[in-house]
Ligand binder design. Structure first.
Ligand SMILES: [Zn+2]
Length: 232
């Protein structure tokens, strides 16, 4: 149990839990949002469609078996409040809870029935130290629980940037990021893995992660699941 988690469970003995968006008192400490804010979550049904925002944004980069996201991310929305809590306000439980929720929905996706495990996009060691956890790993934990598969947090490694990024051009910087993702532990020959991240933006990170895994493991199939897709 992390410190934040400990204080929260101690705190909930004395203080009521608050909605992560509007700060109203929640009926149960297990909830993240009040009913009103919960109804405002921009839920996506992308998992029902072979072509969706995730598959569109990753099209042509690597063979994608299945892609889906839980919410559409917009500035100032309830979804942003949850992602912020997860990334910046020491709430790893938000990642686990949202991952579990989406995982329960994804149980119906037949394409995922042969999935061998879930691989979270790794973050820098420095950032992990600051935050105390990798937010993608927390989402992966919730998903894995619902889908009853394992999480492989060391299947991908993220090494430090080489040199100062600020002196590099845009292309050079992108190349640098590409090489900062390498395949790590495990043999996933012929397996089907889900790579998980919090928000899909340009798709570059997921592209690099998928390539690192595909280059190491022959016959690997890759699916991608994210909590949200940022609108362009
Ligand atoms: Zn609320």
């Amino acid at each position: 149990m992390g410190l934040g988690e400990l204080f929260r469970s101690l705190g909930s003995l004395f203080f009521p839990s608050l909605c992560l968006n509007c700060r109203r008192t929640l009926a149960s400490p297990d909830e993240l949002l009040c009913v009103r804010c919960g109804n405002e979550m921009p839920v996506s049904d992308s998992y029902r469609h072979a072509e969706n925002a995730v598959t569109d944004r990753l099209a042509g980069r690597f063979p994608l078996t299945f892609g889906a996201h839980a919410y559409t991310f917009r500035e100032g929305t309830v979804c942003q409040a949850l992602i912020h809590a997860l990334k910046y306000h020491d709430r790893p439980d938000v990642g686990v809870a949202l991952g579990r929720q989406f995982g329960t929905i994804l149980q119906t996706a037949e394409t995922l029935h042969d999935v061998a495990g879930i691989v979270p996009v790794p973050i820098h060691r420095r950032r992990r130290r600051q935050r105390g956890y990798n937010q993608a790993e927390k989402i992966a934990e919730g998903l894995a629980e619902a889908l009853q598969v394992r999480v492989y947090p060391r299947a991908l490694r993220r090494t430090a940037f080489a040199g100062s990024q600020t002196k590099m051009g845009k292309l050079e910087r992108l190349e640098n990021v590409r090489h900062s993702f390498t395949a790590g532990e495990g043999d996933f020959t012929g397996a089907h893995l889900i790579i998980v991240d919090d928000v899909l933006t340009t798709g570059a990170t997921l592209d690099f992660c998928a390539h690192a895994l595909l280059e190491k493991h022959a016959g690997l199939r890759v699916s991608v699941v994210t909590l949200a897709v940022a609108e362009k």
